[in-house]
Each structure stands twice: as C-alpha cells, then as structure tokens.
Design a protein around this ligand. Structure first.
Ligand SMILES: [Zn+2]
Length: 295
C-alpha cells in the first residue's frame, strides 16, 4: 500500500521562488536553468559566496567580491530568473559603500556568514550593527547563518533581531535547530521580522523524514514564515545533471509527498510532509515575495 501511494502521488508543479542557493559561475547557472524550468522554479536567489564554500583550500573568508560580481552578471543576463544577495565582510573599511553600490546595481539583499565562519567574529559586533543599520536604510533583507543550538550565537542573534525590527532576517536551515524546533518557535513567536528556510537536506530534510509528525505540525503552524530553498553548492564537481535535479527534487518531494525517495537516503522509502496546497503556495511563492520586495 505504501509503495502504491508512493508511485501514485505526483508533485503539484506550483510556481516557486527558491530563496537560497550557491552557484559558482554563469556556466553552472545556465546548467541549472533547464532544471528550474522542469521543476517550476520561476526564480532563484543566488548568494554571494566566499571561495571556501566552494571547497577551495582555505579557512579564510575571501574572494567574495569576485563572486558577487559573477552573480550580478548572471542577474544582468537573466533578470527574470535570478536575483542576488551579495555578501560583504563588515570589517572591510569600505563595506558600507560597497553595499550601497551593490544595492544601486540591483542586489536584492545581503548574505552574512558569521555563524558558520568563526573568524568573521560576533553577530552583534559594532561593525555588524553598522551593517544592519545600512540594510535598514537601503531596505535590504538579510540572510544570516546562525546556529541556534549554540547559546552564544542564539543570544547575539536574538539581540540583533530585537534591535532591528525594521530589517527582515532569514535565518536559514531552520536556524540550525535540527529537531529542537521549540527553540526556533520561541524566536518566531517573539520576532515578526524573522523568517527561515528549509535547505539543505543534511540540515533539515534528514531530520524531517525521521520526525514527520513534528515537522509537519511546525511547517503548518509557521506556514507564513518558512521559505523554499535547497542550499546547493553547485560547481563543476557535480558531474551529473540528473543528480543536480534529484537534489532539488528531494526538497520538493519532502514538502509535497506522503512517501518518496531521495538519493541522500539510499534504499529507504521516506515519509514526507505532504503539505496542503495553500501551505505550499506560501512556502514556494508568497513568503519569498514578502521577504524580498524587489525580487
Ligand atoms: Zn547556504
């Protein structure tokens, strides 16, 4: 019966905005366009990304200016399909000026890596407060990596979202809360300027399929606060296009199906969230459009 249900249920092919992906260059973006068409991803938000995220052998936050430029070029060539969240290092003397220029040139928001690259420092440093102030003035939403299970990060971030109620924050991958969704619930209940996203598989999907009931209730309760993303890090090391496609399908199937398979969990039939259409429409389209006004 389970197997029959798995084969019968189709995805709904709803229009989607994907709020969080790392794409190395225009070659990889053009590769992903065909997959976006097939999966009804109308638009993808590309994040300015340091070289270490693309597995370059360094632990420093570097080569982000170059990557921002590459992403803005992609948006220029395909303005209907891609938007860009640039990244900056708040310790750069010209950080504020850079951000303003990026905004003028069409960047839709800012991505910060403070919770995942320790050398960048604290989430609530004075340099960071200047950046949040700039974002407020420029009306730029912020995607910032925060690990809620880290007590220091949690408290620093809580202060930031409290001190900047006019700045919209996406704390991605359910804020790193794994199965401790009650911690994220508290923040979402307290701060209306906070949203989250559901990528990547190893930070969200993997937990969701083993705690389906808990995650389904969470996604329904916070249907206005969660956005679609798969958080791929796409470069030439992905040899197979079909595997890239499957990566995105794992995320979509997780949201839509009652039973599905994903190559990340080989040999298993997984229990998905099987969310109602009106909830999917919010996660796929309505919430991202509210988060990024000039998407
Ligand atoms: Zn990411």
């Amino acid at each position: 019966l389970i197997v029959a249900a798995y084969f019968l249920q189709e995805v709904k092919n709803l229009d989607k905005i994907d709020i969080h992906e790392h794409i190395k260059d225009i070659g990889q973006a053009e590769r992903v366009l065909k997959i976006m068409d097939d999966l009804h991803i109308e638009k993808m938000v590309l994040l300015g990304t340091p070289s270490l995220t693309f597995h370059e052998k360094t632990d420093k936050f570097e080569k982000y200016d170059e990557h921002n430029e590459k992403m803005l070029e992609i948006k220029e060539k395909y303005p209907d399909r891609f938007s860009v969240f640039v990244t900056i290092n708040p310790e750069d003397k010209d950080a504020a000026k850079k951000l303003e220029n990026y905004s003028i040139r069409g960047a839709s928001g800012l991505k910060l890596y403070h919770g995942v690259i320790p050398s960048l420092g604290h989430i609530n440093s004075s340099e960071m407060y200047e950046v949040y102030e700039n974002c407020k003035e420029l009306n730029l939403p912020v995607i910032i990596h925060v690990e809620l299970l880290n007590a220091t990060q949690m408290e620093e971030f809580r202060r930031v979202i409290e001190d900047f109620p006019d700045v919209k924050f996406n704390c991605p991958h359910l804020c790193g809360s794994a199965t401790r969704l009650e911690i994220l619930s508290k923040l979402l209940d307290s701060y209306p300027n906070l949203t989250t996203d559901m990528g990547p598989w190893h930070r969200v999907g993997k937990y969701a399929v083993n705690n389906t009931q808990q995650f389904r209730e969470f996604f329904i309760k916070y249907q206005d606060r969660i956005m679609f993303a798969t958080d791929i890090v796409l470069d030439e090391t992905w040899e197979s296009d079909s595997l890239v496609r499957e990566w995105f399908e794992c995320g979509i199937n997780l949201l839509e199906k009652k039973y599905f398979t994903c190559y990340k969990e080989e040999g298993r039939i997984l229990e998905g969230l099987n969310l109602p259409t009106e909830v999917l429409e919010k996660i796929y389209l309505i919430n991202p459009t509210k988060f990024v006004e000039n998407i």
